[in-house]
Every structure is written in C-alpha cells, then in structure tokens.
Design a protein around this ligand. Structure first.
Ligand code: GDP
Ligand code: MG
Length: 376
C-alpha cells in the first residue's frame, strides 16, 4: 500500500491562484433577466474585436479523418505511452515471463503510474492473473488482455462518440464551460467554436469570465480568429448577466451555437460554485432545455486531481461531459479511465495542443490503441 500511495502521492493538487470570494455572489437575477439587456451593447462583430485580420471562415469538411485523428491522439499521448512502454518492456526483459506475484505487482505499479487509478489497475491485474497465472507469457498476450479489459472498463452506454454534443432540436444549442483556473476552458471554447464554424454553424460566445479583463481579451481574439460573435461585460460584472445576454443574442440572431465561458474556480469555493449554479439557472430560464451541455474542462496534467474536481463540479451544476485538455503534455493520460469509471461522465473531447486543430472527439477504443501504440 505504501508503495502505491507514494506513486499516487506524487500527484500534487493543481496550484490555484487565490481568488477572493465575491462579497455578494447572489446578485438579483432580475437585473440580468431584463429584456433591455437582450440587445448587448458590448456585442461586437468579429471584424471589430481584434486588430488581427480574422481568416475568412469557410465551411470545411467537419471532423478530421479517422486516421489523422488516431495519429494525433498517438502523438498527444506519447508521454503516457513512453512511460507505459518502458515499464511494460522492463517486465519482459527475458523471452517470456512467468506470471507470478512479483510480475503482477510490477504490472500494477506500471499501470498506476499512468494515473488510471488503483481500482482500474487492480481490475486489470486481476484479469491478467486469472488468465495467465503460473504461466510463461509473451508481452503481446498480456498487452492484448490489458487492452481488452481497459476497453471493457471504459465502455459507456448511450454515448457513441459520433456526435458528442447534444444539439437542440430547434433554436440555439447552449454550451456552458466550467473548470478550475488554467485548465484550458477558453482554449477549448475556441477549439469547439472552430469545429462548429467549420461545419458552417453560426456561433456566439459569451465571455462570462468577468473576473479578469485579460480573460475577455483572450476570448475576443479567439472569437475574431474563428469568426464567432462575442458578448462581453465589464470586468467584475455579474457573469450570469453576460451569459443571459449571450443567449439572448444567439436567439435574436438565430445562431446555431452559444458557448458560455466561465471564470476558473475551485470545487471547494462554495460561493463561486453557487455563482455557477446561478449562471446555469439564468440560461435555463431563457431556454428550458438549456444549457444543452455543461462541459467540465479538466487539465490532464493534473492527473488524479481531476477526479475530485469532476465530483465538485457535478454537484454544483449537472455536468454532461468532460473535455480533457493538455493530454499532449502529460504522462498521466490514464486519468481518462477513473473519470469514466467513477462519474459515468463521458469524456467528449480531448485537447492535444494549443492550436485550434489540436482537438478531437474521444473514442475509448482508439484511446486504448493509442495508449499502447508501438508497445508490441
Ligand atoms: N499543450 C496544451 N496546452 C493547452 C491545451 N489547452 C489549453 N492549453 C494551454 O493552457 C493554458 C491555459 O489555457 P486557458 O484556455 O487560458 O485556460 P482557462 O483558464 O481554463 O481558460 C494556455 O496557455 C493554453 O494555451 C492543450 O490541449 N494542450
Ligand atoms: Mg479562461
């Protein structure tokens, strides 16, 4: 136990810049529900929002071809794969290896290191024990069994991975994005907006991270680049009001998609979590089925820490899925497994870099393939 605790203990909680809690987090909703605010003064057309000339948004083929997706995923997961590869190869230094307790312990340690969690690692080891105990096995046999078990562990009902976003039958589809500071929310919004734009959809962004002026500026630049409209509010203003105006603008413009950014917060900051619920309520008052998706953006480099974040956010607002950002920067890519196992929350997208294209829908089978790419 000590060994595994130590292995897991290396995952530090994500450092979070201290953020003062607002004195009065519950600003009356009446203000934001005012019909006057339906025409946002601060809504700016993309061409005026940045000095950079935005590229003309042209409808392109939407989703990248499967092959390029797998290649991208493989390169994104390369750090996790390299770790696994080294550890698993080390288990098979000799031709074949006897599956005994020592082998199973080493295998467990290798799996846990990827942050797939003790539970999943134990289940995989149990499967290997059951199938190969006291036998001399080749690496390929064990790998095939590990992949099979991983796929079974990650199998999720009701989510095919084809269209990860639950689209509204009519009117705008509203997506609300939440997560801790720096997890990759704004970048993921830009990537999502880019994806929708390339499908020819009209997108309105709501800059409801009113906490930092820089956050609004960052989203403005992205809006301009992807050709989306943006609704903003003054720094420190009520984020629910910005969210309200963004949805109102999307309705007024008959836009297809409205994506609402929110300020980073810790799942332990009660009043900020209440603020998030308020944004959710305000959006829901405008469109009864909205927000159609509440996506929690997790930083894959935080590994297991993401699991407790998912719990806190899901309690405050019903999250519908996860965007796992920064998968390219970590050897802890295995964290997808406990997130899927423990929350029954689909990992809908993965972030594989800082560019707009570095984004892919998540498919568990491809994930397993990529995780063990070239290990054989
Ligand atoms: N390598 C990598 N960096 C990312 C990814 N997503 C976001 N980032 C970077 O992470 C940092 C924080 O992202 P940001 O979107 O501002 O986070 P937010 O505070 O949650 O809105 C920025 O430097 C981004 O460029 C990703 O998938 N891969
Ligand atoms: Mg942000």
């Amino acid at each position: 136990m000590g060994l595994f605790d130590r292995i897991l203990g290396k995952t530090k909680p994500a450092a979070e810049p201290a953020r003062p809690e607002p004195a009065n987090p519950e600003i009356p909703e009446a203000e934001s529900a005012s019909p006057k605010s339906a025409v946002p003064e601060s809504r700016i057309p993309p061409s005026e929002s940045s000095s950079e000339a935005p590229p003309a948004p042209s409808p392109q083929p939407p989703v990248p071809a499967k092959r390029s997706f797998l290649a991208r995923l493989k390169s994104g997961l390369s750090k996790t794969t390299a770790l696994l590869k080294t550890d698993i190869r080390d288990l098979f230094k000799r031709e074949g290896r006897l599956v005994d307790d020592a082998f199973l312990d080493e295998l467990f340690a290798a799996l846990v290191k990827t942050d797939m969690g003790v539970k999943a690692s134990k289940e995989i080891v149990a499967e290997v024990r059951e199938n190969f105990r006291a036998r001399v096995v080749q690496m390929t046999d064990v790998l095939a069994k590990i992949k099979e078990k991983l796929n079974a562990l990650m199998a999720q009902e009701g989510f095919s991975g084809d269209e990860p976003i639950h689209l509204a039958e009519s009117g705008p589809t509203v997506l609300m994005i939440c997560g801790v500071n720096g997890s990759g929310k704004t970048t993921s919004i830009a990537k999502l907006a880019h994806r929708f734009r390339s499908e020819g959809k009209q997108v309105v962004l709501g800059a409801a991270d009113t906490f930092r002026a820089a956050a609004v500026e960052q989203l403005k630049v992205w809006a301009s680049r992807v050709g989306a409209e943006i609704v903003t509010g003054p720094q420190g203003s009520d984020p629910a009001s910005v969210a309200h105006r963004a949805v109102a603008a999307a309705i007024e413009r008959s836009a297809d998609i409205c994506i609402v950014d929110t300020a980073g917060r810790l799942q332990t900051q009660t009043s900020l979590m209440q603020e998030l619920s308020k944004i959710h309520r305000v959006i829901n008052k405008q469109i009864p089925a909205a927000p159609h998706e509440v996506l929690l953006v997790l930083d894959a480099t935080a590994g297991q820490n993401g699991v407790s974040q998912a719990k806190g956010f899901t309690e405050a607002v019903q999250c519908t899925g996860i965007v796992l950002a920064k998968l390219d920067g970590t050897a802890k890519g295995g964290v997808v497994v406990p997130i899927r196992q423990e929350f029954k929350l689909p990992v809908k997208f993965v972030g594989l870099g800082e560019k707009l294209e570095d984004f892919a829908t998540f498919d568990p089978k491809e994930f397993t393939e990529a995780l063990f790419a070239d290990a054989e």
